[in-house]
Design a protein around this ligand. Structure first.
Ligand SMILES: Nc1ncnc2c1ncn2[C@@H]1O[C@H](COP(=O)(O)OP(=O)(O)OP(=O)(O)O)[C@@H](O)[C@H]1O
Ligand SMILES: [Mg+2]
Length: 465
């Protein structure tokens, strides 16, 4: 029932309490009966219940907030405590408001002995950066970046490198300064260790580069020796034959000079097979000459391709470079490898033939390595000239029937020191050197896999004009 009696109740008589609304009780002797009074009490009790429930809810909420606050404080205290860097927070006038454990240790004082002290108290008079510098810097709203401070500590002045900035309250007003520093000695030691590790790495890399040079020199020597072997044994065999012919001719001439008669001479001519010797001599000599020329060409190639004169840019024939690289690498290491070289004579590029020879030797070496122990082995090298928007270019493609290059490694094979070969077999420098040489020639080196298996390495160079 609505408490319409409230209308008649003078305001000034109501109790001054939050429950005032609920306590608008009928006065004694009013027209309302006992039922109205009961209802009013029930309303009062209900209101009290609600108020109590509200208080309990607020209490629970408050406790939850307290717990969260304690956890946050504990977390921050944990962070500050485990920081190895010295942390000092000051107000805007430079008075210390907070320090962490590392600061307490550095100053040899407990936090309460540090709080409230001016920053200048904590610095040694010799400090490169003064408290006034700090205040002036933050007043200009600038950060303090890697500034050197000298702290006054019980063990004497301690140099630290400090970074700092303004501290803001939740409303974004600057309320103080936070400084974080690390002893410079520690930093120097860390830099020292880093420099040492870097030095060690550089030395190891140099050793690897040296090892790679020695290994490719070894391969080059082995290849060249193998190549020279053929013409030299050819020359050697023919020279032996020439020696025998010469001995027989001399024996015959001796008889001529001794005045032997025609019958004796005819007999000697038959016995010494003089006619055979005379007819063989031109071919034997041409064989010797051919062998000697081959030796001369190999030595010339060796000179040309192993010289390191970077300034020597010239127009050169790729066919010769490819042939020599195949001869020196593949023929000596895999004599039974079927090789097709379809690089037309006169496919000319511009650059350093020795460096391009080195690229070709590396590519052929990689192909040979990839096919080692495989049943189907083939090396196909093709060369072509083509027109591009960048001008005339020449390309040499080296295709093998090895396992190909896994997609995941495609981006890494040109990285220096990337290798999948066992220790001692490869240093991983081959392709990175080739890549650099291609770039120096304003060309490029690309890797791909053939749809039928095996890798294709393509060297593209600007064509000779
Ligand atoms: N023809 C190829 N087939 C398959 N994988 C190849 C081929 N060529 C190169 N790779 C991969 O690329 C890697 C890097 O080649 P790179 O020539 O740079 O170094 P390497 O041959 O391992 O050592 P190095 O050439 O210094 O002796 C090789 O280890 C190999 O995994
Ligand atoms: Mg290699």
């Amino acid at each position: 029932m609505p408490m319409s009696g409230r209308k008649d109740t003078p305001r000034e008589q109501l109790p001054d309490s939050p429950l005032a609304g609920a306590l608008s009780l009928p006065r004694a002797g009013s027209d309302f009966g006992a039922i109205d009074a009961d209802e009013a009490w029930i309303a009062v009790i209900r209101k009290m219940d609600e108020t109590y429930a509200e208080l309990v809810r607020q209490q629970v909420e408050l406790e939850a907030k307290n717990t969260a606050l304690e956890e946050a404080q504990g977390f921050i205290a944990g962070l500050l405590g485990s920081m190895t860097d010295v942390l000092v927070a000051c107000d805007l006038s430079g008075r210390v408001e907070q320090v962490n454990l590392a600061a307490e240790r550095a100053f040899g004082l407990r936090a309460d002995a540090l709080l409230g002290r001016p920053l200048s108290d904590l610095l040694d008079p010799s400090s490169e950066t003064t408290a006034a510098d700090v205040l002036a810097t933050v007043a200009r709203r600038q950060r303090i970046a890697d500034r050197e401070f000298t702290l006054a500590t019980p063990d004497g002045p301690l140099a630290i490198a400090v970074n700092g900035a303004l501290r803001f309250d939740p409303r974004g007003r600057a309320v103080g300064i936070v400084l974080v520093g690390r002893p410079i000695g520690e930093l120097r030691a860390a830099y020292g260790a880093l420099a040492k590790a870097h030095e060690h790495l550089k030395r190891t890399q140099q050793q690897l580069v040296h090892a790679e040079k020695m290994a490719s020199l070894g391969r080059l020597v082995a290849g060249v020796a193998h190549e020279l072997n053929n013409p030299i044994s050819f020359v050697y065999g023919n020279a032996h034959a020439m020696k025998r012919y010469a001995e027989r001719l001399i024996a015959y001439l001796d008889q001529v000079h001794a005045g032997a008669d025609a019958t004796a001479l005819a007999k000697a001519r038959g016995e010494l097979r003089i006619d055979r010797a005379l007819s063989d001599i031109p071919a034997t000599l041409s064989g010797m000459l051919e062998g000697a020329e081959r030796v001369r060409d190999i030595v010339a190639d060796l000179r040309r391709f192993s010289s390191d004169r970077r300034e020597a840019r010239e127009v050169f024939d790729l066919a010769g470079v490819v042939r020599s690289a195949v001869d020196w690498v593949a023929k000596s290491q895999m004599p039974d490898l079927p090789i097709t070289v379809a690089v037309p004579e006169g496919l000319e590029a511009v650059g350093h033939p020795g460096h391009i020879h080195q690229v070709m030797m590396n590519l052929v070496q990689n192909a040979v390595d990839a096919m080692e122990g495989r049943a189907d082995r083939r090396l196909e090298i093709t060369g072509a000239r083509f027109e591009t928007p960048d001008g005339l270019q020449v390309a040499v493609r080296v295709r093998d029937t090895g396992p190909g290059i896994p997609d995941a490694l495609m981006d890494r094979i040109f990285d220096p020191f990337f290798t999948t070969k066992p220790v001692g077999k490869g240093t991983g420098l081959g392709l990175s050197i080739c890549y650099r040489i291609a770039e120096e020639h304003e060309g490029r080196l690309e890797a791909a896999n053939h749809p039928e298996g095996g890798a294709i390495l393509s060297l593209v160079l600007p064509a000779a004009p």
